[in-house]
Design a protein around this ligand. Structure first.
Ligand code: UDP
Ligand code: MG
Length: 309
């Protein structure tokens, strides 16, 4: 297939300095195809929107949707998928950490039949040791706990066939852990490798707690294993307690005169069980919270403005 439409979705949140360099680097690569570039402004507070508008006036293939407020990276991507008309749809970060130069390779793999082409990081530059460690831990944990396999060192830089985009758009759920949803379908998948550069300007929006929340979101969206682990904890402490009672009964029968010692043991046991109980309630709470949000059925995002769409 030579005659196809390529959609590029770019979520942006306070990236004013990166818009022009990104467009300059992207256009020479996509101009050989029929293309649309969709910027999704996730409630930026700086000149991001102004700078995107300049581009949309110059080039009608560049489009903008902008949100009333910050709804989050995943929601921005979701909005992009809902608007994109392309036969294949590529999502890419605005900070030029994802090199647009590998887009033709991704398209080639798609044309050979892949429905999903992930850009996989073979190297990360300019990211802190801490970020690398937490990222590794995140992938390990999520693959251990969840029921789907999420490929490692793969972010949100990927190509999806129209069929996969339609699948995503038809999902009737609010949670938007896209990396999980994309791999859940089991569509034929390919990889293209790249070296992850430094951010062009600005700094990451994903700090420690945001990463942690993202990880929890991913795990609880794709697995009920934490609930099962909570149940096992309950069984374990129950069995311990039961054995303790038997032990005490036997001791009382064998040597009734022995007196009570072991305050420290008692204290640690209470703290330990108390901790497990709180964690367990927290785990249940996570899932109840998710059910609550699904039931509320609030819109995922609100669009303030659209240009060239
Ligand atoms: N982003 C967004 N909404 C947010 C946070 C980030 O649309 O609330 C965009 C951001 O502008 C960038 C992409 O998502 O284009 C990835 O964000 P970032 O570079 O901060 O993440 P990192 O690369 O450090 O994981
Ligand atoms: Mg980045």
């Amino acid at each position: 297939m030579d005659n196809f439409l390529l959609s590029i979705i770019i979520p942006v949140f306070n990236e004013e300095q990166n818009i022009e360099p990104l467009v300059k680097r992207l256009i020479p690569i996509v101009k050989n195809f029929s293309y649309e570039i969709i910027f999704v402004d996730d409630g930026s507070k700086d000149k991001t929107v102004v700078n995107i508008k300049k581009q949309t006036f110059k080039n009608k293939n560049i489009k903008l949707i902008s949100f009333y407020r910050n709804f989050g990276h995943q929601m921005a991507l979701t909005a992009g998928y809902e608007i994109a008309k392309g036969d294949c749809v590529i999502t890419i970060d605005a900070d030029l950490q994802d090199p647009p130069e590998i887009i033709p390779q991704m398209i080639e793999k798609w044309q050979k039949g892949a429905k999903i082409v992930y850009a996989k990081r073979s190297e990360r530059e300019g990211e802190s040791f801490f970020k690398k460690i937490t990222a590794t831990f995140f992938y390990q944990l999520i693959n251990l706990l969840s029921d789907i396999a999420i490929p490692r060192e793969v972010g949100d830089f990927r190509l999806l066939d129209k069929q996969v985009v339609t699948f995503l758009n038809n999902l009737n759920e609010r949670q938007s852990f896209l990396r999980g949803l994309v791999s859940w379908g089991g569509y034929p998948t390919e990889f293209v490798y790249f070296k992850r550069d430094k951010r062009l300007t600005g700094k990451t929006h994903y700090g420690f707690f945001k990463m942690l929340n993202f990880a929890l979101e991913g795990i609880t969206s794709f697995s009920v294993k934490p609930l099962r682990i909570a149940t096992y904890f309950g069984f374990m402490s129950g069995i311990f307690g039961f054995l303790g009672i038997i032990y005490e009964l036997i001791r009382k029968a064998v040597s009734p005169q022995s007196f009570v010692i072991g305050w420290a043991g008692l204290f640690t046991a209470i703290m330990f069980i108390g901790g497990i109980q709180l964690i367990t309630i927290g785990i249940i709470g996570e899932y109840i919270g998710k059910i609550y949000q699904e039931v509320q059925k609030r819109p995922k995002y609100l669009i303030r403005e659209q240009i060239n769409v």
